[in-house]
Design a protein around this ligand. Sequence first.
Ligand code: FAD
Length: 283
Amino acid sequence: MTDSYYPKSLSEALELRRETGAIPFAGGTDLMVRFRAQAGTLPKLPHPVLFLGHLEELRQISMDSSGTHIGASALLSDIGVSEHVHPMLSETVMLMASPPLRNLATLAGNIGNASPAGDAVCSLIALDASVVLASLSGERTLLLEEFITGPGKTVMKSDEFIREIVVPADQPDRYWYRKVGTRKANALSKLSLSAMATVHEHRVQDFRAAFGAVGPVVIRRRDLEAQVRGMTLDQLSRETEGIVDAYRPHIIPIDDQRSQAVYRLQASLNLLRRWIDLLMQGG
Ligand SMILES: Cc1cc2nc3c(=O)[nH]c(=O)nc-3n(C[C@H](O)[C@H](O)[C@H](O)COP(=O)(O)OP(=O)(O)OC[C@H]3O[C@@H](n4cnc5c(N)ncnc54)[C@H](O)[C@@H]3O)c2cc1C
C-alpha cells in the first residue's frame, strides 16, 4: 500500500510536500510504468505520492508580455491546441504518446521524468524555456537546461515542485521539429531535433539546434550556435559540412532497446544537414 495525498489547493500541496516529502504525481503515465514489475501488474510505488494533476491552479495556460505560462499540470492535449503555445511545442506534444495518454500526461511530468528522450523537453530547451519551482519558502526560476542534470536527475529540492513552465515571447522566425520513432503513436523517440532560426536579408541572425535521445541530457551547444550566427546564406552553404562535423563529437548516443548509437548519430547529423538545407531554401 502506498500513502497518497490529494491536496485541495496549491498552498495545501506545498505544505504536504514539505511535511511528507511525497513525490509529485501528475498524469502518472511515467510513474505507473516506471514502478511496474511487468505488464498487466499494478505498480509498487516506493514513495508516498502527492497528486497534483487535478489542481486547477496548476492547469492554466496564459500569455503576457514575458511569454507563455504553462501550468505544471496542464494536459498535453490542452497544450497542443492552445493559441498561446508556440507552434513548435504544439506540434511536439501532439506527436507524443497517443490521444488517451495526452489526456492524462503533463508537461511537468515530461520534465520531472528527466529523460533525454523527453520530446517536450527537447523543444522547450530550444525555446529557452524556464521552470518555476515553488516551495513554502518561495519560488525560484531556472532555465530548463540547468534544471535537468542527467538521466532521471534534476536540481529540484525535496520540498519543491514545478509550478509552471515559461516560454519566452521573443522567438526565432523559423522552426523545424522532427521526431524519429518506430511508429507514429505510442513510440518513444529514437532521436529528435528541435531547430529554430531567424534569417534576415540572407544572413543568419539566430540559430538553435536541440537534439533529443542522443546523450545523457538534451544536447544544445550554444558555442556552436554562436559560430553560425552572422553567417550569410552563401557562407552557411559552404560551411554546412564544417558545422555538421563540429556537432559530431557532442552527439553521444547509446545502444538501447529503441535504437543503435551508430544510427542515432548518423540520423541526427542528417537532420542537422536537412535543417541547414531548409534554411538555404528559405523554408
Ligand atoms: C505508452 C506511452 C507512450 C509514451 N510516449 C511518449 C512520447 O512519445 N514522448 C515522450 O516524451 N514521452 C512519452 N511517454 C512518457 C510520458 O507519457 C510523458 O513523459 C509524460 O509527459 C509524463 O507526464 P505525467 O503527467 O504522466 O507524469 P508523471 O508520471 O505523473 O510524473 C513523471 C515524473 O515527473 C514528476 N512530476 C510530475 N509533476 C511534477 C511537478 N509538478 N513538479 C515536479 N515533478 C513533477 C514525477 O514525480 C515523476 O518523477 C509515453 C508513456 C507511455 C506510457
